[in-house]
Design a protein around this ligand. Structure first.
Ligand code: IPD
Ligand code: CA
Ligand code: CA
Length: 266
């Protein structure tokens, strides 16, 4: 698995160099997916770079990538290894010149994520984990915050591009703001999760797609955080790749926060 992880890290770094270069040296070209979701030319370039390299090295592996192969049904097919790619997580941040931007690459076998790499090119931070091997940030071992009470916990979440299902999200937000110390809306789910992994945040919850969280979730688990869902995972769907009502936090506060989110969803 370490060979796969080295390959994934090298790819994430190369894609990171590309997206940074594009923002610093070219005029950003933007478009909208489904008339709501921002996409830039750099998202497409990085997706192509990563998927071409995987196809060349592992022609038998499948790919689930946000821009070029976003078929979520791939997550349920357990036949051959699956790569899960978000070429730029934090596209809105990217377009606005913010630093919280990441390339996220996960590798799964039989629905279980084995390797995760999240690389933030503007701050040169690389989070990495191999299942059973711990998690690192720039090569140094990382651990969750150890938070013991919601009152002293900082949480992050996000909001979907389509705004037609906002009321339950606002209910949960209301409950969480009352229960916890404060909220951060960072704009990159992959980094939110890695920040729980290294203790810069205590809690993350949101509903997102496999490419947003697959790598980060393994990194958080390997850093000792707890990951699960505050609603049921449909039977037969690999839990590692189910992004609805995701909750990742320091272990001691997980059960209490899960109850808060469940009650606010009822
Ligand atoms: C988005 C970010 C954001 C989350 C959205 C995602 P993108 O990914 O992860 O934090 O709230 O749900 O879609 O579009 O920047 O790759
Ligand atoms: Ca994303
Ligand atoms: Ca993206």
């Amino acid at each position: 698995m370490h060979t796969i992880a080295d390959f994934a890290e090298q790819l994430a770094r190369e894609a990171g160099d590309l997206v940074r270069h594009e923002r610093e040296n070219t005029t950003l070209r933007t478009d909208y997916k489904d008339q709501t979701e921002l996409v830039t030319h750099a998202d497409l370039m990085a997706d192509q770079m990563i998927t071409d390299a995987i196809r060349k090295r592992f022609p038998d592996h499948r790919i689930l990538s946000e821009e070029s192969q976003p078929d979520r049904a791939q997550a349920q097919d357990l036949d051959s290894p699956l790569w899960i790619i978000d070429p730029i997580d934090g596209t809105v941040n990217y377009a606005y010149g913010h630093h919280q931007v990441a390339v996220s690459i996960a590798y799964a076998e039989k629905g279980r994520v084995q390797v995760g790499v999240v690389h933030a090119p503007f701050v040169n931070e690389t989070f990495r984990a191999v299942r059973g091997g711990g998690a690192t940030l720039n090569g140094e071992s990382i651990e969750h915050s150890g938070a013991t009470t919601p009152r002293d916990s900082l949480f992050a979440t996000g909001f979907p591009y389509t705004k037609d299902k906002l009321p339950p999200l606002v209910n949960r937000l209301d409950a969480m703001i009352h229960k916890c110390r404060d909220l951060r809306r960072i704009g990159s789910a992959a980094l939110d999760i890695c920040w729980v992994a290294c203790g810069r945040l205590d809690i993350y919850y949101e509903s997102v797609s496999p490419w947003d969280f697959a790598a980060g979730r393994l990194i958080a688990l390997e850093a000792g955080a707890r990951a699960g869902h505050f609603s049921e995972v449909p039977e037969g769907h690999p839990e590692d790749l189910w992004g609805q009502d995701l909750l990742i936090s320091a272990p001691a506060i997980y059960d209490e926060i899960r109850m808060v989110l469940r009650s606010a969803s009822a």
